[in-house]
Design a binder for this molecule. Structure first.
Ligand SMILES: Cc1cc2nc3c(=O)[nH]c(=O)nc-3n(C[C@H](O)[C@H](O)[C@H](O)COP(=O)(O)O)c2cc1C
Length: 416
């Protein structure tokens, strides 16, 4: 056995090790620098956000099984790397709906975003504009269509529409979005009723949150959230109602469970830009949406917030892509927590992806800088994964780069 040669510890050897690292003076930057992936941002978000709003964003429907499965599908897949390719330069940009996006993902529409952090949609659209990626405003967003357009006139902006009982109100929103320069309409079709969000019910979640003894206690160590909430303007919705009450109350009042594919016709007539149907979960419905005039579909499980235990979006993606062919655009969301997840979805044929919670955790962790940190983390993960796969451009990704696997059994035709 060899033995180490030792000497007595010398001051000149360890003195340089004692030098403190330069301290970042900006506390937000300091906090965000602690986050190395989206799960780290989630941890910071949880620390800083009252539990009602945090659970509203973090939670899913019923047993939250669908959300878990969607994330698990990304975890379970296997990448096929490619070595000895020149990947010194990697181009993460792509074209979606005829225009460039610096990264192959955009920010998904999310309702009540200012409840998570007072900067809400304003922070998200500004960060999206800076990163050169699209931002989507929800019908139940907490900043108006016009305000968002004024904050980031240069941003690519998409508007998400619910088909309300009040059709005139829906049409008015479509017209307002057009006038304000929004480029695409995402028609969300998976909310005939609100999902059964048990966390919200247990928290007694209302909009805006009520100050009860429990929330006071919760606020005692999340004072910054309450300070921002009480010192910034009240929420103003994209639609023109006061919208107070629980989220399910709101959906019950406004949602129309009687809408059908035929209703896409009047939306199509009112909107001459790209129209995508969001919330498609079967091949048949993807084809039906295109037959009724859509320019594309968003394969989405609504982040596991609506039907629990619906199809795992990543698993149905290849079949949807094959059925749609070149008839339209296919996007995917639900469960994306890592840039590598995005790379996998693109390899399996998605043209583009959307992220919901991945940017909301950043928002809760640090406002606009936090959203920017989310985008930065996802972007670095995309670039790194592309290099490992041996590709230098998004359109070089192909199904052979990914093998779908599931701990529960066969996936699609690949394993059968
Ligand atoms: C807090 C929250 C609010 C949401 N609100 C809406 C909405 O108003 N309209 C909509 O079409 N989708 C909404 N979604 C779904 C997202 O657009 C997207 O489909 C989902 O977040 C993707 O899953 P992910 O969070 O795992 O990325 C919401 C999602 C979250 C997390």
């Amino acid at each position: 056995m060899t033995s180490l040669e030792r000497h007595f510890p010398r001051l000149e050897d360890f003195a340089p090790l004692l030098k403190p690292a330069p301290r970042e003076r900006d506390s937000t930057k300091r906090r965000l620098a602690e986050a190395h992936n989206i799960w780290d941002l989630r941890r910071i978000a949880k620390r800083r956000t009252p539990s009602g709003p945090f659970d509203y964003a973090d939670g899913g429907a019923d047993g939250e099984v669908g959300l878990g499965r969607a994330r698990e599908a990304f975890t379970d897949l296997e990448f096929r790397p490619g070595v000895l390719r020149d990947v010194s330069k990697t181009d993460t940009s792509t074209t979606v709906l005829g225009r460039a996006s610096a990264l192959p993902f955009g920010l998904a529409p999310t309702g009540f975003t200012r409840m998570l952090h007072s900067a809400g949609e304003r922070a998200a659209v500004a960060a999206a504009a800076r990163a050169g990626i699209p931002f989507s405003l929800s019908t139940v967003g907490t900043t108006s269509i016009e305000r968002i357009a004024a904050i980031a006139p240069e941003a690519r902006k998409w508007f998400q529409l619910y088909l309300w009982k009040d059709r005139d109100l829906s049409l008015e929103l479509v017209r307002n979005a057009k006038a304000a320069g929004y480029e695409a309409l995402l028609v969300t079709v998976d909310v005939p009723v609100s999902g059964n969000r048990l966390r919200d019910q247990r928290n007694g979640m209302t909009i805006p949150p009520r100050l009860t003894a429990k929330t006071f206690l919760d606020a005692s160590y999340r004072w910054r959230w309450w300070f921002d909430f009480l010192t910034t303007e009240p929420y103003s919705f994209a639609f023109d109602t006061t919208g107070r009450g629980s989220t399910s109350d709101l959906v019950r009042r406004l949602a129309d469970p009687s809408v059908t594919f035929e209703d896409l016709a009047w939306v199509r007539k009112a909107w001459d830009g790209p129209l995508l149907v969001k919330g498609i979960q079967t091949v048949g419905d993807a084809c039906r949406a295109l037959d009724h005039g859509a320019d594309g579909v968003i394969v989405s499980g609504h982040g596991g917030r609506q039907l629990d235990r619906g199809p795992v979006v990543l698993h149905i993606l290849p079949e949807v892509v094959a059925a749609v062919g070149d008839r339209g655009t296919v996007m995917l969301d639900t469960g994306i927590m890592n840039g590598a997840d995005i790379v996998a979805a693109l390899a399996l044929g998605a043209d583009f992806t959307l992220v919901g919670r991945a940017f909301l955790y950043g928002l809760m962790a640090g406002g606009e800088a936090g959203v920017a940190r989310s985008v930065e983390i996802l972007s670095a993960e995309i670039e790194r994964t592309m290099k490992f796969l041996g590709v230098s451009a998004i359109d070089e990704l192909e199904p052979a780069h990914v093998r779908l696997m599931s701990r529960r059994g066969p996936v699609g035709s690949q394993n059968s």
